[in-house]
Design a protein around this ligand. Structure first.
Ligand code: GCU
Length: 460
């Protein structure tokens, strides 16, 4: 059990965080080696199913490497066109909201299901939520009611795999009725791990954490732990919720990947919120960073009950255009290190096909969120790095604008990429690059100002 925990922690941990942990023990090393062998075997069997013998390698994330990812804007636009979210496959233009909902949107969903993120199976078992503990406590100066929850997935059809969704919920202690809640996809950190904090100043008061900013407004917050129900590696694809539904067998090429599995869990958390009178379930938003930024975009696209999305540094596989030759590429996500996020079919676009062969692109993922508000967040290219491709994410939002406009909303409002710290928040698709690193942290105040236009604490 302990070793399982360690391996889950290590493999679920992105490299940018792993760097903070120091040396590994020999036990941890051998566990990782075993997991990697299992991942490689799963990857190879997926390539065999796809009848692919070779894939193109992605560029390096190290800007000094000889094969460094492109960071030159002049070389980024190697594509000549993007799929049009408002043209049907038969060539007809989509002119009405009805045609969007009944004809075009289902076409786009089908393409994303089959080629990019995979399909959620029809027979996913139900979840029984258990409130493990409820406690009155404080978060800083804010009295809260804190609940620890576990969603037990019914595994009667395959008892060898047990799946539990871990969730926590904090709501203002004095709230008289259900409050709006932002749910965050939470990374699991080893005991004692602390995120590096900005240097403290003796004059300025410590800034409010994102949780406290929410409590200050009378909202609550929740954290869902995606790796509790689907591991963040290829080795785990025959386990977790994906493995349970497949009865421990490997995926088919259009089966769901981890991003859709994580989003499925977020939907189940929302089912729970609908039963908890402390939550206003019609006003629940979702937030996540990096791989969980991708999961946030997928969640918003596929789950209409989420009211608002805060999509942090989602990069390739998120809202960054797949066709852009800048920063991380399709080939990277299609590699054995990251393919588990996606449908197996996604690997085809790293050989023999090309990203330009994709029937959809990331702007259409944003379009699937319409008409609900989405805030696309990024750090500073100089601090966060260019791997996430901030401009590619901006364009993913900007090119979704026509769909929002068709539905009577406002898109991004411009096609001009703004300077750092210039918030584009006049429309329903928002964008801001903060001046910090790989975090949504500095964008929370701007996100919350924007969210105020949509989400309200009900009068008591
Ligand atoms: C890597 C990966 C990204 C991902 C990030 C993370 O950098 O290439 O696609 O978003 O890890 O999740 O931390």
């Amino acid at each position: 059990m302990k070793s399982l925990l360690i391996s889950t922690l290590l493999l679920a941990t992105p490299t940018w965080l792993l760097a903070q942990f120091g040396p590994r023990t020999p036990e941890q090393d051998s566990l990782m080696a075993r997991q990697q062998r299992k991942t490689q075997a799963d990857y190879r069997s997926m390539l065999a199913q796809l009848m692919i013998t070779e894939t193109r390698p992605g560029p390096s994330g190290n800007p000094k490497a000889p094969n460094a990812a492109n960071a030159d804007e002049a070389k980024a636009t190697t594509y000549t066109s993007l799929p049009d979210p408002l043209t049907l496959k038969n060539g007809q233009k989509v002119k009405s909201a009805k045609d969007w909902w009944q004809k075009r949107r289902p076409e786009i969903v089908e393409d994303f299901d089959r080629e990019i993120y995979g399909r959620v199976p029809a027979n996913v078992p139900g979840v029984r939520w258990e409130v493990v503990s409820t406690k009155d406590t404080v978060d800083g100066a804010y009295p809260i009611k804190l609940k620890q929850l576990v969603g037990h997935v019914d595994n009667a059809t395959y008892p060898a795999i047990k799946v539990d969704i871990e969730l926590m919920l904090a709501t203002p202690a004095k709230a008289k009725s259900g409050v709006p809640v932002m749910m965050s996809y939470g990374f699991r950190f080893p005991a004692g791990f602390r995120m590096p904090q900005p240097p403290s100043s003796t004059t300025a008061p410590p800034p409010l954490s994102w949780q406290q900013q929410l409590l200050e407004k009378g909202w609550g917050y929740a954290v869902i732990y995606p790796t509790s129900y689907q591991a963040d590696n290829g080795a785990g694809l025959t386990e977790g919720i994906i493995g349970l539904v497949n009865k421990g067998k490997p995926r088919k090429p259009d089966d769901w990947g981890a991003l859709r599995a994580w989003a499925w869990g977020a939907s189940r958390a929302l089912d729970y919120f609908e039963t908890d009178k402390d939550v206003d379930a019609k006003q629940v938003g979702i937030e996540g960073l990096s791989r969980y930024g991708k999961a946030t975009a997928v969640t918003m696209a596929y789950e209409p009950r989420f009211a608002i999305g805060f999509i942090g540094s989602s990069g390739e596989g998120g809202v960054k255009l797949h066709r852009r030759t800048y920063g991380e590429q399709v080939e990277n996500v299609a590699s054995s290190a990251e393919y588990h996020w996606m449908a197996g079919n996604f690997i085809k676009y790293a050989g023999p096909l090309k990203p330009t062969d994709m029937p959809v692109d990331a702007h259409e993922l944003v379009a699937l969120c319409a008409p609900r508000p989405v805030f696309i967040s990024s750090g500073s290219p100089d601090v966060e790095g260019r791997w996430v491709d901030a401009k590619g994410m901006f364009l993913g939002g900007a090119y979704a604008s026509p769909v929002y406009e068709l539905l009577g909303k406002k898109g991004m409002g411009t096609m001009d990429y703004p300077p750092q710290e210039t918030a584009l928040v006049s429309g329903d698709i928002a964008f801001r690059q903060h001046s910090g690193g790989h975090t949504t942290g500095p964008n929370w105040p701007t996100f919350l100002q924007y969210a105020d236009r949509y989400i309200r604490v009900k009068a008591k």
